[in-house]
Design a protein around this ligand. Sequence first.
Ligand SMILES: Cc1cc2nc3c(=O)[nH]c(=O)nc-3n(C[C@H](O)[C@H](O)[C@H](O)COP(=O)(O)OP(=O)(O)OC[C@H]3O[C@@H](n4cnc5c(N)ncnc54)[C@H](O)[C@@H]3O)c2cc1C
Length: 484
Amino acid sequence: MLNPALLTALGNILPAAAILTAAEDTRPYECDGLTLFREQPGAVLLPENEAQVVAIMKLCHAARMPVIARGAGTGLSGGARPDRNGVILSLAKFQRILAIDPQARTATVQPGVRNLAISQAVAPYGLHYAPDPSSQLACTIGGNVAENSGGVHCMKYGLTVHNLRRVRAVLMNGEVIELGGGALDSPGYDLLAVMCGSEGLLGIVTEVTVKLTPTAEDAKCVLAAFDDVSKASAAVAAIIAAGIVPSGLEMMDRLTIAAVEPFVHAGYPGDAEAILLCESDGVAAEVAAEVQIVRGLMEASGASLVDVSTSDEQLARFWSGRKAAFGAAGRISPAYYCMDGTIPRRALAPVLKRIAELSAEFGLPCMNVFHAGDGNLHPLILYDPNRSGDAEKTQAFGAKVLELCIEVGGTITGEHGVGVEKLREMCIQFEKPELERFHGVKHAFDPEGLLNPGKAVPTLHRCAEMGRMHVHRGALPHPDLPRF
Ligand SMILES: Cc1cc2nc3c(=O)[nH]c(=O)nc-3n(C[C@H](O)[C@H](O)[C@H](O)COP(=O)(O)OP(=O)(O)OC[C@H]3O[C@@H](n4cnc5c(N)ncnc54)[C@H](O)[C@@H]3O)c2cc1C
C-alpha cells in the first residue's frame, strides 16, 4: 500500500479510476505469464498520455518508489512481476496507431498497441509487421521492444531489434529521450539496440516506429513427419547447409502433436515422433523451386511422410497447431513452465535426448515445440501447482535445461528474456567483466536502480553468493552500484 501523501500526489496526475489500490483490483497484476512467481504491487497506475507518464516518473523518482512497466502481461520470464514496494505502470491505454507511411514502410504506434493489430492496420497497403510471437494476438509492441521478441518468421525477417526504426521513452527521472530515426544508421552509440531487450530496466517506452515488410506474393509450407527426433534434427541441418533461409522452420515432438491435434485438428500424423514445418515465401516461382529442394532434403533425411500445402487455408491449418501449442499444453496439464534457451543447431538431437532423460528423472512430462531453424528451444514442463513438491521440481528441471544450453555452447534465452526467472543462470553464463558492464549501462540510465529492480541482470552480490564472483577481503567491486 502506498503512503497517503504519494497517493494524493498521484491523484493530481491521474483520475481516481486510473489508480488501483484495492487488493481485488491489483490481484490480476500479481504475475505475468510466468505464474510461478507472484507479488502484490503497492498500486497499479493506468496513464493515458506521455505527459502523465512524465509526471508519474518525476514523482516516483523523488519518492524513491520502484516502477514496473507492464504491457499485456504475457511475458514468460517474470519481467512484469510487481515489486511489493513499488507501482505497476500499465501502458494498456496507449492503444493508438499514430501514423502509417507506406512509402517509407514504417508505422508509428503507441506502446500498448497489440503486435497483430499493427499487421492488421497496414494490410491494406500490402505490408505487415514481420516479428510474430505466438502471443501476437495479445502481446503489445512495448512489451516486444522490452523483450526483443521473436516468432516463427524471425528466422528470415529478424527479431524486434531488426525491425525497429525509432523509440521514444521516458527515463526514471522524467526526462524524455528519442533513439533511432528515419535513416538506417544514426550517429552516436546504438542506444536503440540497447533499449531493445532491456526488459523495462532503462526507460518507459511511449512511442515506437517499426519497419514494415511487404507481404509475400506466395507462401507454402512443407510438413514432414519422422519416426525419430534425430532424423528430424538432421533434416534441419540439411536445409540450413543447403543455403536455404526458410521463412519458418519449426519442430514439434510426439507429446506436443498429441496435445494439439485433438485441439485444432491441424492434420498432423499421430504416430510421428517429431514433425517439422518448413515455410518458404516469396514470388511463386521461387517458392515452388525452394519447396522442391526442401521436400527432397526431408525425404533424404528419412521423413516417413512429406506433405506440401496447396492453398492458403491448408497453410493456415498447418501453422494452427504450432501457434496453438502453448494453449494445448494448458488443456492437458493444470500448469506448464515454458523454458527458452538457444543451442547450436548441431546439438539439437543430443539436447532433446537429454531433456527426455531429465523428464523421466524428475517425473514431469515435457512437450518440445520450438524454433528449430534458430536452435531456440521451448521445452514446456507440465506440472500441477497443487501437488506438493511439483513447483520446486519444475524449477530444478528448468534450471538443468538452461545449464545444458550453456554447456553445449548456447545461451539461456532466445526471446523470452531473463526477468526474475534466469538470474541465477546469468551468473553462470557471464563473468564479472560483462556483468559489470551491464550494471554500468543500467547506472547510466537509472542510477538509483528504481526501474524494474531485481530483474534481468543479477547483482554482483548475488553472483558472489553463488561463488561465481571474486570477493576480495569481503569487498565487492563497485560498492557504489545498487544491490537489490
Ligand atoms: C502463449 C504465449 C506464447 C508466446 N510466444 C512467444 C513467442 O513466440 N516469441 C516471443 O518472443 N515471446 C513469446 N511469448 C512471450 C511474450 O508474449 C513476449 O515476451 C511479449 O513481448 C510480452 O509482451 P507484453 O505486452 O505482454 O509485455 P509484458 O509481459 O507486460 O512485459 C514484458 C516486459 O516488458 C516490459 N515492458 C512492457 N511494456 C513496456 C514499455 N512500454 N516500456 C518499457 N518496458 C515495458 C515489462 O516491464 C516486462 O519487463 C509468449 C507468451 C505466451 C503467453
